[in-house]
Design a binder for this molecule. Sequence first.
Ligand SMILES: NC(=O)c1ccc[n+]([C@@H]2O[C@H](COP(=O)([O-])OP(=O)(O)OC[C@H]3O[C@@H](n4cnc5c(N)ncnc54)[C@H](O)[C@@H]3O)[C@@H](O)[C@H]2O)c1
Length: 323
Amino acid sequence: MNRVKIGIVGTGYIGNVHARIFARDERSEVAGLFDIKPERAERTAKSVGGKVCASREELFENCDAVLVTTPNKTHTEIAAHAVAAGKHVFCEKPFSIGLSDAKKLLEIAQNSTGVFQVGHNRRYAPVYAKLKELLKEDRAHSAHVKMNRGELKNPIWTGDTNVTGGFLYETTIHLLDMMRFQFGEIAELVAYGSQHEYPELDEFSILFKFKDGFHCTFASSSDASWHFPFERIEVFCHHRTILTEEMEHLIDSREMDANFETFSWAMTEKDERWGYVLEDKAFIDAILNKTEPLVTALDGYKSVELVETVYQAIKTGEKIKFD
Ligand SMILES: NC(=O)c1ccc[n+]([C@@H]2O[C@H](COP(=O)([O-])OP(=O)(O)OC[C@H]3O[C@@H](n4cnc5c(N)ncnc54)[C@H](O)[C@@H]3O)[C@@H](O)[C@H]2O)c1
C-alpha cells in the first residue's frame, strides 16, 4: 500500500505535533514542508523527514494531503488553494474567520472530491468520548462549562485580533464546538462580554438553550491563570453529576449517597490525551476508506457561526435564536 504523502503548511507548534504523529503512522509519511520562515521547516525536516519546499505550489506537487497549520487568518485562503490543487485537506481550527469567508470555504470544501477535516481535536480526546458515551445512557438536564486561558501572549499573534479574529476564535471555539458534539443543536443564546487586559473583549458569560430543551452556562476568560483545570464541563442529570477536568479526569457521581467513579487519562501521553493521535488517524482512515471525517467542513462552519453569534449577541444585547 502506498503511504499517504502529507504536506504541511506552517511548521510551528501544532504543525510539529501533527508532523510527529503522521511520521509514526505506518500508513502516512511527511513528504513536504513549507513555512514562510524556512528555518522552521528545516528544523521539522530534521526530526521527521520531508522535503523543505520553497512555495505552496512545490509542496502540493509533493503530497496527497495538506495540513493547514498556520495562524487563523490564513486558513481560508490556504485551504481553498489546497482544495483547488486537488488535495485532501486537514484545516486547523478555526475553520475560517467571519461568516462570509466561512460560507465561501464551506462551499469549496463540500464540492471537493477529497477529504476535508477540521482540527477540533477535543472530539477525539478520550475524556470527551467517554462523556459522550455516558450521556447516551442518561438524559442531561443542564450543565456548567468553562474554558479559560492564562494569557494571550504566546504565540505572540494570539493577542492580535487581526490574526486570530478575536479570543473566541482562538481558544473558546474548541468548547463551542464541544457543545454541539455533546448536547446537539443550539436553539438560542444570550451573551455578555467585557474588556480588561487586552484590546478586545476578553471575558465572556454565555447562556445556551438547545433544541431539545437542555440548557447550560458557559464562562470563558482569556486573562485568568493557567490554574488547573482551565477547561471543565459539569453535566447534571437525574441524581447524577458528570464532571470533566481538563482532558485528564472524568468523575461520574451517581445517586444520592455521593458514590463516584473516576476515569483518568493523566498518565496518557499528551498527544493521545488531547485527541491529536486519533484525530490524525481519522484523517488517514477517511482518505483510505473514502469516508466522512468526524469533524466536517460543516462542523467547522457551525463553530464559526457560533462565535459570530456570541459576538453579535454581546453587541446587540439581544437573545439570538437559530433557525
Ligand atoms: N487544535 C489545537 O489544539 C491547536 C493548538 C494550537 C494551535 N492551533 C491552531 O493552529 C494554528 C497554528 O498555531 P500554532 O500555535 O502552531 O502557531 P505558530 O505560530 O507556532 O506556528 C505557525 C507557523 O505558521 C507559519 N506561517 C505563518 N503564515 C504562513 C503562511 N502564509 N504560509 C506558510 N507558513 C506560515 C509561521 O512562520 C509559523 O511557523 C492556529 O490557527 C491555531 O489556532 C490549534
